[in-house]
Design a protein around this ligand. Structure first.
Ligand code: HEC
Length: 152
């Protein structure tokens, strides 16, 4: 690790204003823009690992059970990342204000998305392409449902 990176990590830790706890994980952001960048980065990872499945369910590439299962494993992990970066005081980015004014609805949309990953994982573990296709569509719908309400 470069010295400057360690320095900035220490500085970020000391100056932390936006500390959020998500389960066992506590993330600290020095300024709201850092939280916005973090959650946008997390969504990009989600997009990449979800998007990888698209040509598979469309039959454009051969179905490789192990590769798909490995990808969904990563998707399931990165899917947990953005939420802690929506702390009070980090309004902005591409997020609508109702993320903060309607936390119940936002949490429900988040939960629908996270729940949709269970049948997706199950289908991948079974190696059942039809089930995978159906679960993929449900997860995609959960992204869209949240974006329609909570993203600009
Ligand atoms: C519970 C709500 C919710 C769910 C579910 C959700 N998103 Fe998002 N997404 C958001 C919000 C809010 C933003 C805007 C974040 C910001 O800019 O601060 C966003 C931003 C993004 C971005 C843009 C990131 C950037 O670089 O600015 C992408 C890409 C994205 N989401 C993809 C997805 C995909 C793919 C899924 C499903 C597999 C998904 N999202 C599920 C709420 C959600």
């Amino acid at each position: 690790m470069k010295k400057s990176l360690i320095g900035s990590l220490v500085a970020a830790g000391c100056a932390a204003v936006f500390a959020v706890s998500a389960g066992a994980q506590t993330i600290q952001f020095a300024k709201p823009e850092d939280a916005i960048k973090y959650r946008q980065g997390a969504f990009q990872l989600i997009k990449t690992h979800f998007g990888t499945l698209q040509p598979v369910v469309r039959g454009q590439v051969p179905y490789d059970k192990d590769a798909v299962a490995a990808d969904i494993y990563v998707l399931d992990v990165v899917a947990r990342l953005p939420w802690a970066a929506f702390a009070e005081g980090t309004q902005g980015g591409g997020a609508k204000d109702n993320v903060w004014s309607d936390p119940e609805g936002f949490n429900k949309a988040k939960q629908n998305f996270l729940d949709s990953l269970k049948p997706l994982t199950a289908a991948a573990d079974e190696g059942d392409l039809d089930k995978l296709r159906a679960a993929f569509a449900k997860t995609g719908a959960s992204c869209k449902a949240c974006h329609d309400s909570y993203r600009n």
